[in-house]
Design a protein around this ligand. Structure first.
Ligand SMILES: CCC(=O)SCCNC(=O)CCNC(=O)[C@H](O)C(C)(C)COP(=O)(O)OP(=O)(O)OC[C@H]1O[C@@H](n2cnc3c(N)ncnc32)[C@H](O)[C@@H]1OP(=O)(O)O
Ligand SMILES: O=CC(=O)O
Ligand SMILES: [Mg+2]
Length: 315
C-alpha cells in the first residue's frame, strides 16, 4: 500500500509542470542611468520592449541618490506609449549595502515599477533576503516581476538552486520570476578574464536552466555600441542559442536588437505553410509527411508554432 501511495506521489511530482506565465516580450532591455533625466526622457520616446532605470553600475558611487530621481519618475506614473512596455528598476546588489535603500525608495511610492532587476544573485538565500524585504515594503497586494542576474562563478554553480528557490518563494511572496540575465561583463571581472564573448559555455548553461523554469533568457551587453554589424551578429548567435532578448546601453542599439529577436519574413512564411500542411495531414491520418524537402512531425510543428507566437507578440 505504501508503495502504491509512493508511486502515486512520484508520478504526480513527475508530471508537475512549471506554470505558464503572462509573457511580456523583452527583446531589448535598455539601461538608462537613473541619475540622468535627459536620458530617461529620451528612453521614453524609443520603441523598446523594456526600459530599466539603473541604480547600479551605470551610476557613479557619488550619484547613488539616483534612487530619488527614479522615485520621482515613478510617482509621475508610467508614460504611456503606443505599445505596452516593461518599466523596471535595477537596484544595487546585496553586497553593495545599498540594496535596501534602493528597494525602499522604488517600492514605497505612489506607483510600483513593473519589474525589479536584481543583480549579482549568487545563492537562494539572496532571494530569501529579497522576498523578506519586499514583503515589508510593497503594500495593497502589489506584485512585481523579478529579473535575476547571473554574473559570478558562484551564481553559475548555484544556478538550479537559485531558480528553484525563486519559484518556491514566488508562491508565497509578491513577486513573479520572469527572466535570467547573463551579466557577462561582471562575470569576466569575477573570473579574472577580459574577452567575454568566448564564454558561450556559460551562456548556454544559463539558457538551458532558464528554459527548464520557463524563464526568459537575456543575453550579454555588446559594449562596442557603435559597431551595429557586430551587434547584429552577436544577437543572431544568442538567438540561435535560445536567448529571448539582449541587454542594450545605447538608443542606436535598440532597433537592431528588437528586429533580431523576431522571426524573419521567410521563417514566418515557412511556419504558416507548415502549420496549414500539418493540419491537412492530421485530418488525413498522417503523423509524418514531407514539406519542402524535410520530414515534418509533431516537434517541427511545435517549432513552427513558436515562430508564430513570437511573430504575433511583437505586433
Ligand atoms: C556592461 C555592464 C552593465 O551593467 S551595462 C549597464 C550600465 N551602463 C549603462 O547604463 C550605460 C548606458 N549608456 C550610456 O550611458 C551612454 O550610452 C554612453 C555609452 C555613455 C554613451 O553616451 P553618449 O556619449 O551620450 O552617446 P551619444 O552622444 O551617442 O548619445 C546619443 C543620444 O542618445 C542619448 N543616450 C545615450 N545613451 C542613452 C541611454 N542609455 N538611454 C537613453 N538615452 C541615451 C544621449 O543622451 C544622446 O541624446 P541627445 O541626442 O543628445 O538627445
Ligand atoms: O550587468 C551586466 C553585466 O554584464 O555585468
Ligand atoms: Mg553586471
Amino acid at each position: 500500500m505504501f508503495r502504491a501511495i509512493a508511486v502515486r506521489f512520484l508520478s504526480k511530482q513527475a508530471v508537475s509542470k512549471v506554470p505558464e506565465r503572462n509573457y511580456i516580450p523583452r527583446r531589448a532591455l535598455m539601461y538608462v542611468p537613473g541619475d540622468d533625466y535627459k536620458k530617461i526622457n529620451k528612453a521614453f520616446g524609443l520603441d523598446v520592449d523594456c526600459i530599466a532605470l539603473d541604480c547600479e553600475d551605470g551610476v557613479a558611487l557619488n550619484k547613488k541618490d539616483a534612487r530619488s530621481n527614479i522615485r520621482a519618475v515613478l510617482d509621475q506614473g508610467k508614460p504611456q506609449k503606443k505599445k505596452n512596455y516593461d518599466f523596471g528598476v535595477r537596484v544595487n546588489s546585496i553586497e553593495s549595502g545599498l540594496c535596501h535603500q534602493d528597494l525602499e525608495s522604488c517600492l514605497t511610492g505612489r506607483n510600483l515599477p513593473d519589474t525589479v532587476l536584481f543583480p549579482k544573485v549568487e545563492e537562494g538565500d539572496h532571494l530569501k533576503w529579497f522576498a523578506d524585504e519586499i514583503r515589508h515594503l510593497i503594500k495593497n497586494n502589489g506584485k512585481i516581476n523579478l529579473i535575476i542576474y547571473i554574473e559570478t562563478a558562484r551564481a553559475f554553480i548555484n544556478l538550479n538552486e537559485i531558480c528553484k528557490t525563486a519559484m518556491q518563494l514566488s508562491k508565497r511572496f509578491n513577486f513573479i520570476p520572469s527572466a535570467l540575465v547573463f551579466g557577462s561583463d561582471d562575470f569576466c571581472a569575477n573570473i579574472g578574464q577580459r574577452i567575454h564573448w568566448k564564454f558561450c559555455m556559460h551562456g548556454k548553461k544559463l539558457v538551458l536552466v532558464a528554459k527548464a523554469y520557463n524563464l526568459q533568457a537575456i543575453d550579454m551587453v555588446y559594449i562596442e555600441y557603435k559597431d551595429l554589424d557586430g551587434l547584429k551578429l552577436q544577437c543572431e548567435q544568442g538567438m540561435r542559442m535560445g536567448y529571448t532578448g539582449k541587454q542594450v546601453i545605447h538608443p542606436g542599439q535598440v532597433p537592431v536588437v528588437q528586429e533580431a529577436f523576431l522571426p524573419t519574413k521567410y521563417q514566418i512564411e515557412w511556419a504558416e505553410g507548415l502549420l496549414k500542411s500539418f493540419e491537412e495531414h492530421q485530418k488525413s491520418g498522417k503523423g509524418a509527411f514531407s514539406y519542402r524537402g524535410s520530414m515534418i512531425d509533431m516537434p517541427t510543428m511545435k517549432q513552427a508554432q513558436n515562430i508564430m507566437k513570437l511573430a504575433n507578440l511583437a505586433e
